[in-house]
Write a protein that binds this ligand. Sequence first.
Ligand SMILES: NC(=O)c1ccc[n+]([C@@H]2O[C@H](COP(=O)([O-])OP(=O)(O)OC[C@H]3O[C@@H](n4cnc5c(N)ncnc54)[C@H](O)[C@@H]3O)[C@@H](O)[C@H]2O)c1
Length: 418
Amino acid sequence: MDEVFQGQVAVVGLGYIGLPTAVSLAVGGVEVIGVDVNEATVEAVSRGELPFVEPDLAIGVSGAVTMGRLTATTKTPEADAYIIAVPTPFRDDHQADLSHVRAAVEEIAPRLRGGEIVVLESTSPPGTTEGVSRWLEELRPDLVAPHTSEGVPDFHVAHCPERVLPGRIMVEMITNDRVVGGVTRRCAAKAASIYRVFSKGEIHLTDAASAEMAKLVENAYRDVNIAFANELSLISEELRLDVWEIIKMANHHPRVDILTPGPGVGGHCIAVDPWFIVGAAPQLSRLIRTAREVNDSKPHHVAEQVVAKTERFRNPTVACLGLAYKANVDDLRESPAMDIVTDIADALPDLDLRVAEPFVDHLPPALDGRPHVRLQRVHEAIDDADIVVVLVDHDHFRSLSRSRLEGKVLYDTRGIWR
Ligand SMILES: NC(=O)c1ccc[n+]([C@@H]2O[C@H](COP(=O)([O-])OP(=O)(O)OC[C@H]3O[C@@H](n4cnc5c(N)ncnc54)[C@H](O)[C@@H]3O)[C@@H](O)[C@H]2O)c1
C-alpha cells in the first residue's frame, strides 16, 4: 500500500494555490495551519471567509475552519510538513524572483526538528528545489540535508508543481495527475504521501529538476501555440482576412488544432513561466522567447487599433468589456485587458472611456483617479458607447443581446460575437 501522510501540514502562502491546497488537505482529514504574511488574508481565512473569488472554495474554507481543521496565522509554526505556495514572479531582466521562496524557507528552517517534508509548489526554474535544500542546510548546519545524502536525511525536500485551472481549481485539485519530483527518490516518495490525502489523479514520481522543468514546459507549450494563433490574427488583419473563419476551416484537418487568438496572454503562469526557461538557456530558447514577444506585443496592437477607430468620431465614447486576464475570474494579474485599457487611456487622456468588469467593485490603481475612465455596469457602458471592445470572454458578456450592440463599432478580440 502506498503511504498516506498523517500529521500536521503548514501551507505557506494562502493565495489561489495555497488556500485550495490547504482546504483539500483539511477536507481529507489533515490538520492544516495556513501561513501568510498578509494579515488581511489571515484574518479572512480565520473567519472562514475567502479573500478572493474562486468557485466552490468559499464553502470549503468555511467548512474546514468550522470543523477546526484549518487555522491561519502570520507566524510559521512547527509542523510535520510544509507546502510552500508563495509567488515566484520575474524581475525586469526576466529572471525568476525567488525572494518570497527564500523568505518562506528562512521561517521554516528554525522550526525543523527532524523528519519533516518541505514541498515547493511555487513554479520555479530548474534547480530551485535543490536550492531550497541548500538554503535549509545553510540555515540549519546541524541537520543532514537530502542533497548531501542518499540515506535518511533529517528533512525531505521535493517539488510538486500545480497545474489547476483558475475557475475550476477545486475540481482539478482533486482530479489532475500530479508530478512529484524529489531531491532524492525518498524525498519524492515522502512528498507523494501528502498528495494521496486528497488527489484522485495519478501521482508520478521523478527528480526535482525534471518536475520543475515539466511544469515550465507545459506552460511554454501553451504560450507557443497561443502565439501562433495571435500571429495568424495579426497577419489576417493585415491581409483583410477573417482569422476566425480561417482557423475554423484549418481545424477541419484531422491533425490540426489551432488555438483561439485573443488580446494577449495574461495571468500568473503562461505569461511568466516560459521566461524561466529562457533565463535557464537563453541562447537555445529562441522559439519560446519569440512566442513570449508575440503574445506580449498583442495588447499594444489592440490598443492602437482602438485608438485608430476613435478617429472617425468627434467626441467618442469607448466601452471596454473586461479587465480580468481570462474568462469568469477576478484575477487582474498580468492581464492583457488591463494593459490595453491603460494604453488607450494614456494615448487619449480626454477620451470618455467606460470599463465593465463584473468581477471587480473598484477600478484598479493603474486606472483609478483618471477623470475620464469609469467603471460601469455592462449595459450602461454599452448603451453610452460608440465603440465596444471585447477584451474578456466572461459568460456575462457572451449572453448580451445583440440588439444592444446595433449601430456601434465592435472590436471583438475574443471572437465571442461572431
Ligand atoms: N494561480 C495559478 O493559477 C497558479 C497555477 C499554477 C502554479 N501557480 C504558482 O503557484 C505559486 C503561488 O501562486 P498564487 O497564484 O497562489 O499566488 P498568490 O499571489 O495568489 O498567493 C501567494 C500568497 O503568498 C503570500 N506570501 C508571499 N510571501 C510570503 C511568505 N514569505 N510567507 C507566507 N506567505 C507569503 C502572499 O501574501 C499571498 O497571499 C506561484 O509560484 C505561481 O506561479 C499558480
